[in-house]
Design a binder for this molecule. Structure first.
Ligand SMILES: [Zn+2]
Ligand SMILES: [Zn+2]
Length: 554
């Protein structure tokens, strides 16, 4: 019988930033490390999110032992509520992770009424968890930009397989435990077969700054602000939210938290005592809006310019409660995810236009620091773990290639470092690592229509199952429509009549005409086009085809 080998199959997060998901298969046991989402590229704005294709797991459910979570960021856990139902498992799927990661996942599943599909395991450091017959998992505390982050070690009879998750070596983490360097070194001593390492910041020399630096910057900006302060960041960025709350408290401001995902994550983090706001500090939004402007900090969503999130609504004057006044301060404490730069830039322009003082990373570099290891930290991890083989992950292709060079510089050779590909099987034995074919992989498109109508569309089947294409010609400067929208159907085989399409186009035209003020952002046009057409077409034809808005700028 052939000697057993470990199969590592990246189903997301290699050659791309987002939807991180790595499949590990060993002697009849399969686990997934993380199951994240990705923001669609600008030109794919007809859809809301992208999740990995996990058909490989669905077809081998009898071997599937569960999902191990490195940490609670969306690009690592966001796919779970969409993909668990797809697995159609009779038994709940075991999910292992830190208290914070598990609480985030639980809240998401609860909200969608899917809690029954998972069985949660909150893990403790320095403890071994049996996942299947031949795999044991250990979770080693590491610093990142969210507490409760882990390096995951899988113990096999061939040696350890170590997955770094997202990390940086932060000597002064403001929230959560420090890195357990001692344990990482011990595992290195015990013998590591392969290391899967975060690479996304390999281009940067030296060390990444501590999260503490951001706290100081926030403290200064909030202290100097005259009017209201509105801060946006990722909803899962608990460290940042804590820093903002503390700065507000010290400067005598009350805090209002708004935006569905922001409220959800701060509730979760408060329950777990990561956030400990003094009594009376947090106020409902409507109460906060009645306080003097210089006594208020609003923490909200939309740091990526998402058209449906609070910041974009505030910027376009469409937020039901929050109105910007001249002299108010807006802080974007996040850098745009690749693909979102233009949308974020447009939102910033609109905020300036409304007279706000806007702070973002280009003008205030320490308003956000990366949560990822720079070059010297990647080398330090390599020296702690001392693996026989290296697999760079969590990065665009150039990051993976640069990590390979870094490994070569540290004495590794061609036979020891493999640049992974989506769906490409990497087979690891005691003395060799090699490619071994591919499995089905790719992107599943999550289309959220109207009020939580979630439809998953497999990328390769979208065109065949029919799409509605809406073309809008707009003025590049103002975003105003220059012609009536055109709506057409492709491959829908008469399911939608010409009359329905005409009526939908009319409704779209009327909708934008009613919003006379213009200055539409790209994201706004796309998301409203989608929702208006989805409603109209469903009403007439009772189908929910994919809607692809195409915005042509003149
Ligand atoms: Zn992360
Ligand atoms: Zn990540």
């Amino acid at each position: 019988m052939a000697r057993p080998r470990i199969r590592v199959i990246p189903l997301g997060g290699v050659g791309e930033v987002g939807k991180n998901c790595t499949l590990i298969e060993y002697r009849g046991d399969i686990v997934l490390i993380d199951l994240g989402t990705k923001f669609p590229e600008e030109e794919m704005r007809g859809i809301d999110l992208i999740v990995p294709d996990i058909s490989y797991v669905r077809e081998r459910l009898d071997k599937f032992r569960g999902i191990l979570l490195t940490h609670g960021h969306e690009d690592h856990i966001g796919g779970i509520p969409y993909l668990l139902p797809q697995l159609k498992s009779k038994a709940p799927i075991p999910i292992y992770g830190s208290a914070l990661s598990i609480a985030f996942v639980e809240a998401k599943l609860d909200e969608m009424g899917l809690s029954d599909l998972a069985e949660f395991h909150v893990v403790e450091p320095r403890t071994c968890y049996k996942v299947g017959t031949n795999l044991e998992a250990e979770f080693i505390p590491i610093t990142h930009s969210i507490p409760g982050s882990f390096v995951i070690g899988l113990r096999t009879s061939l040696g350890w397989l170590v997955h770094t998750g997202d990390f940086k070596f932060d000597p002064t983490p403001p929230l959560g435990p420090p890195t357990d360097e001692e344990r990482l070194r011990e595992i290195g001593d015990e013998g590591v077969l392969a290391l899967l390492s975060d690479t996304v910041r390999v281009e940067r020399p030296g060390y990444t700054a501590s999260e503490v630096v951001v706290g100081e910057t926030l403290f200064r900006i909030i202290g100097e602000a005259k009017g209201r302060v509105i801060l946006t960041t990722f909803a899962s960025n608990i460290t940042r939210i804590d820093q903002a709350i503390q700065a507000a408290y010290k400067h005598g401001r009350k805090v209002a938290i708004t935006g569905r995902s922001m409220e959800q994550s701060t509730n979760v983090a408060t329950d777990l005592h990561y956030l400990n706001p003094p009594d009376g500090l947090i106020q409902p939004l409507d109460v906060a809006m009645k306080l003097p402007p210089d006594k208020v900090l609003i923490v909200t969503t939309g740091s990526q310019g998402e058209a449906t999130a609070a910041l974009a609504r505030i910027a376009s004057g469409e937020h039901p409660v929050i109105r910007l006044s001249r002299g108010d301060t807006v802080i974007l404490s996040a850098t745009p995810v690749p693909g979102n730069e233009e949308t974020v830039a447009q939102t910033i322009d609109q905020l300036f236009r409304r007279g706000a003082n806007v702070y973002y990373s280009a003008i205030e570099p320490t308003i956000h620091v990366s949560g990822h290891a720079s070059r010297d930290e990647l080398i330090f991890m390599l020296r702690l773990i001392r693996p026989r083989f290296c697999i760079p992950i969590h990065g665009e292709y150039r990051h993976l290639a640069l990590y390979q060079q870094l490994a070569f510089e540290r004495g590794y050779n061609e036979a020891q470092v493999i640049i992974p590909e989506l769906g490409g099987v990497i087979s690891i034995g005691r003395d060799s690592i090699r490619r071994e074919g591919t499995v089905k992989s790719g992107a599943v498109l999550v289309d959220i229509i109207g009020n939580r109508n979630v439809i998953l569309r497999e990328e390769d089947k979208v065109a065949a199952s029919g799409v509605i294409i809406a073309t809008l010609i707009v003025n590049r400067e103002t975003g105003k429509l220059l012609a009536a929208p055109d709506v057409s159907a492709q491959q829908l085989d008469g399911q939608v009549s010409e009359k329905t399409l005409k009526r939908a186009a009319e409704e779209l035209k009327t909708f934008f005409e009613k919003r006379q003020k213009g200055n539409f952002s790209y994201g706004y046009l796309v998301s409203r086009t989608k929702s208006v057409l989805a409603r109209s077409i469903y009403h007439e034809a009772k189908i929910r085809p994919m809607i692809l808005p195409i915005i042509a700028e003149l």
